[in-house]
Design a protein around this ligand. Structure first.
Ligand code: GUN
Length: 288
């Protein structure tokens, strides 16, 4: 079994991005600028956004963090999105999810200019992905495909089973994995799937993206398969200073010995998603 080291791979990709930024600046261009909008004080969102901002610094991007309290109105947030759409200094921006319940997330996503939607969440960008057109692919699916490529894990003709059908991970990943060049045969499973275990046992590549800690157990996997664990649930722990630890969707201890490759949590898919966001921002900057 080989551990897929997302941290190491993401460091390599960040170095490549930093080199490109240096070249852009040497040629008289300006550093790409990513803005992040963070509403409220959700612990997970705070951590993710802090990592995004830090990664921008590491690769030489400009970054801006725009913070609001939980009680911001939908209207105020939509006005901020409109301002960022019009701000010629900003190449791309994200609105960190989840948003408070009184705000319609989809309305906010659809208010983002698709040309600045470096998360790739806007229906225009999702639609372009489905149509096989150039687009901003959302960060987690794109990070997963990068990891498979960098580890030379065969995908052509292989059966990729994805557990989870979210618009952020499962659904776009299913499109990417079946695209020409990746060429996997894809099955998407979800909460209503019957005989889940029979299906997951036929996977050459099994992706768990459901947010249920330890959901994938040893009896659900085919020996020799590659496993990608997208889960990042915070669970209580008396062994860490913070009082919690990140838990994946896979029962790592019992599943890892059976597979050819597996991503750990943390340090697998997580660091790669930030790289994809940086890549999209670089692309947005170049396109403008
Ligand atoms: N919340 C969890 N993952 C993401 C992400 O990739 N982008 C945004 N905007 N919010 C998230």
């Amino acid at each position: 079994m080989e551990l897929i080291d997302g941290k190491k791979t993401s460091t390599e990709i960040k170095q490549e991005i930093a080199e490109e930024v240096k070249k852009i600046i040497a040629n008289g261009g300006r550093a790409p600028h990513l803005a992040a909008v963070l509403v409220g004080h959700d612990g997970g969102s705070e951590t993710y956004v802090a990592h995004k901002i830090k990664s921008c610094e590491e690769v030489g991007f400009k970054s801006s963090l725009i913070r609001f309290e939980d009680d911001i109105t939908e209207d105020e947030l939509l006005k901020t999105v409109a301002k960022l759409n019009d701000d010629s200094d900003v190449d791309g921006f994200i609105v960190q999810l989840p948003l408070p319940k009184h705000i319609d997330e989809q309305k906010v996503i659809e208010a983002i200019d698709p040309k600045k939607d470096v998360d790739g969440f806007h229906p225009v960008n999702l639609g372009r992905l489905v149509a096989g057109l150039d687009t901003f692919v959302s960060a987690t699916p794109s990070g997963i495909v990068d990891l498979l490529k960098r580890y030379n894990i065969p995908t052509a003709g292989k059966h990729c089973v994805i557990i989870g059908r979210s618009n952020i991970v499962g659904r776009p990943l299913s499109i990417l994995m079946s695209q020409k060049g990746v060429d996997a045969t894809v099955t998407v499973c979800h909460s209503r799937t019957e005989n889940l275990k029979e299906i997951t046992k036929t996977a050459d590549i099994l992706v768990a993206a459901i947010g249920k800690p330890g959901f994938v157990t040893a009896d659900m996997v085919k020996p020799g398969c590659a496993i990608i664990d997208v889960g990042t649930t915070r669970v209580k722990s008396d062994k860490t200073k913070s009082g919690w630890k990140l838990c994946g969707d896979v029962d790592f201890e019992n599943v890892a010995p059976l597979c050819s490759y597996i991503t750990p949590v943390p340090g697998g898919v997580g660091p790669m998603t930030i790289c994809s966001l940086l890549k999209n921002t670089l692309k947005a900057g170049k396109q403008r």
